[in-house]
Design a binder for this molecule. Structure first.
Ligand SMILES: Cc1cc2nc3c(=O)[nH]c(=O)nc-3n(C[C@H](O)[C@H](O)[C@H](O)COP(=O)(O)OP(=O)(O)OC[C@H]3O[C@@H](n4cnc5c(N)ncnc54)[C@H](O)[C@@H]3O)c2cc1C
Length: 542
């Protein structure tokens, strides 16, 4: 009764706005009449596809009668690897659908980026362009018959838990905007037992605040391009920066690519770095320290130097961990507070400080009071990981916990494990609420994390003990030697022998062999000639 009353309250204003509303048909699958368990998944990037596939890998009698629906707001699978639709790029504050830029290539060798058992096609370049990665995700969905569970153009706008720490339901509000449908979206409502969030964390730009930016932006000198400060989510084409003076802020993946590309076209490119950042190797940039503030005329740096001829700033300053449909005003499940003083044990709800969503168990299950842990899970929160295999490791734990919630430790034990992780980070001199989901502590490498998640399932008998680690040795090699492999691959391309290296590689073992041989080839070369001073990025764009 309470829920029906609140539906009426919410739906009336929507009707007044002219939105179409309907309750979704109960079953997403033609042969499921009364699901024994209903599961909503948000996002058809690497993470969302992993969890759908893993659920359907459970034995049939275990998942019998489960209803699984994956909602994706965009037109296809692939998440960040699916380009924006054709047409002009949205201007701030409107966000592009993806941060993808035409010259984007992977910065890790593709055999390390695969779902276990599903390789890239023969002759895929070792560091492929984004088209290959999107196609890989589409092929995966096709190969494992996942497409029937996907609902494109369906955006989750609100998810509210109606229940307590033992039982309840999710009320989802879903905006449906078919490309050739009515001009206004329709709003659907559905309830589900479980919600799995795989919405990615490269969508909500982190834009630092500096004093004086407004005055600087308003005072473009005559006969120069209009001054601008743009986040890398809007970065597309280095040619745009021809003859401009540019400051690239940051040296993460986005700052690095912008430095390499814009360094080639700009009149002068500077790279503003924190004390722990290294300037991007191979980039034609002048290193500068952090920006301190702006005046009407200049960009002033922390060392007191200033630049008065800057035209553009590109902010490779990262993204926020933000899930609007779980947060106010749409929902009260996830509080947003960058300066929160709550911690994992005192948090009255899930909280994001925009770097870290806490408290969670193994970066996966919500430990929020008032919601059972298996009701809300996340795929893809960890940062600095190879996503597809990590998504599968996480999905295995989720799928088994959905099948049998006693696979998980008690709430108190999971909270204790989280506190221990946070203590371990503090002992290593790191602030867990700043580090967030970055896997940085010594015992918490990308691969150790995945091994740990899967080993746990073996230890509790949910999956058989096969005596092997989840992450194969060749994945460790490929990740650990990614930069060396990039130099090897560049050399192979320059010598025109790249296709020869790929000859015959099809299975995981064969791709592993290519990487192992390339490592040897490059190590021998570098032993004799030293590490090339500059990476030649131009080979990426051939
Ligand atoms: C520019 C760039 C380059 C990268 N390069 C590499 C690389 O070389 N190697 C590497 O290992 N990793 C790389 N990454 C990391 C990359 O994030 C992962 O490879 C991976 O693709 C992330 O997948 P995901 O499913 O977690 O998130 P995403 O790919 O972001 O997918 C999330 C999906 O959720 C959907 N969604 C979000 N909110 C809603 C909603 N409310 N309703 C419905 N749908 C919703 C989105 O539309 C999207 O399709 C790169 C990331 C970026 C941004």
């Amino acid at each position: 009764m309470v829920r029906l009353a609140s539906f009426t309250f919410v739906l009336l204003p929507l009707a007044a706005l002219g939105y179409e509303q309907h309750q979704e048909p109960f079953s997403a699958l033609p042969d499921v009449k009364t699901p024994s368990k209903s599961i909503a998944i948000v996002g058809a990037g690497s993470g969302g596809l992993a969890i759908v596939k893993t659920i359907f890998d459970l034995p049939e009698d275990v998942r019998d009668g489960w209803e699984v629906v994956l909602y994706e707001q965009r037109r296809d699978v692939g998440g960040v690897w699916l380009p924006d639709p054709p047409g002009p790029l949205p201007r701030p504050p409107k966000l592009p659908e993806s941060p993808l830029y035409p010259l984007l290539h992977t910065n890790t060798p593709h055999p390390t980026m695969t779902y276990p058992g599903f390789t890239y096609p023969p002759f895929t370049p070792l560091f492929p362009s984004h088209e290959y990665v999107q196609q890989y995700h589409a092929d995966y969905a096709e190969q494992y018959n996942l497409t029937g569970y996907l609902r494109f153009h369906h955006k989750i706008v609100a998810a509210n838990w109606v229940g307590d720490s033992v039982e309840g339901k999710w009320d989802l509000e879903i905006e449906v905007q078919q490309p050739h449908g009515p001009p206004r979206p329709s709003i659907s409502r559905r309830s589900f037992d479980h919600l799995i969030v795989a919405n990615g964390h490269n969508h909500y730009p982190h834009v630092p605040h500096w004093d004086g930016t407004e005055g600087w932006l308003a005072n473009t000198p005559p006969d120069t391009p209009k001054r601008e400060i743009v986040h890398s989510i809007y970065y597309r084409d280095p040619a745009r920066y021809t003859n401009r003076t540019v400051v690239i802020v940051g040296a993460g993946a986005s700052g690095r690519d912008a430095a390499l590309q814009v360094g080639q076209t700009a009149r002068v490119a500077y790279q503003s770095l924190t004390p722990t950042n290294e300037p991007t190797p191979g980039a034609k940039v002048v290193p500068k320290p952090r920006i301190a503030y702006f005046t009407n005329a200049s960009v002033v740096f922390e060392d007191g130097t200033s630049l008065d001829d800057v035209d553009s700033l590109i902010l490779g300053t990262g993204y926020h961990f933000h899930i609007p449909f779980l947060s106010p005003p749409h929902s009260s499940v996830l509080s947003v507070d960058p300066h929160t003083t709550f911690n994992s044990t005192t948090a009255p709800s899930l909280i994001t400080n925009l770097r870290y969503i806490f408290p969670t168990h193994k970066h996966i299950f919500s430990l929020a009071p008032g919601i059972p842990p298996t009701a809300l899970a996340f795929v893809g929160l960890p940062v600095l990981v190879a996503n597809c295999p990590s998504d599968i490791a996480q999905s295995l734990l989720i799928a088994h916990a959905l099948a049998n919630s006693s696979v998980l430790p008690t709430h108190a034990q999971m909270l204790q494990e989280l506190v221990e992780r946070e203590d371990k980070l503090r002992a290593a001199g790191l602030d867990p609420y700043y580090v967030g989901h970055r896997l940085v502590a010594e015992s918490e490498s990308d691969q150790d994390y995945q091994d740990g998640v899967v080993q746990y399932l073996k230890d509790v008998g949910a999956i058989p003990e096969d005596g092997k680690k989840f992450v194969e040795p060749w994945r460790r090699l490929g990740r650990g030697k990614a930069r060396l492999l990039a130099r090897a691959w560049q050399r192979a391309v320059q010598l025109g022998v790249d296709r020869e290296w790929l000859e015959g590689a099809q299975t995981e073992e064969e791709w592993a062999d290519v990487m192992e041989r390339l490592v040897e080839w490059q190590e021998a070369y570098e032993e004799e000639h030293g590490i090339p001073e500059f990476e030649d990025q131009s080979v990426w764009y051939l």
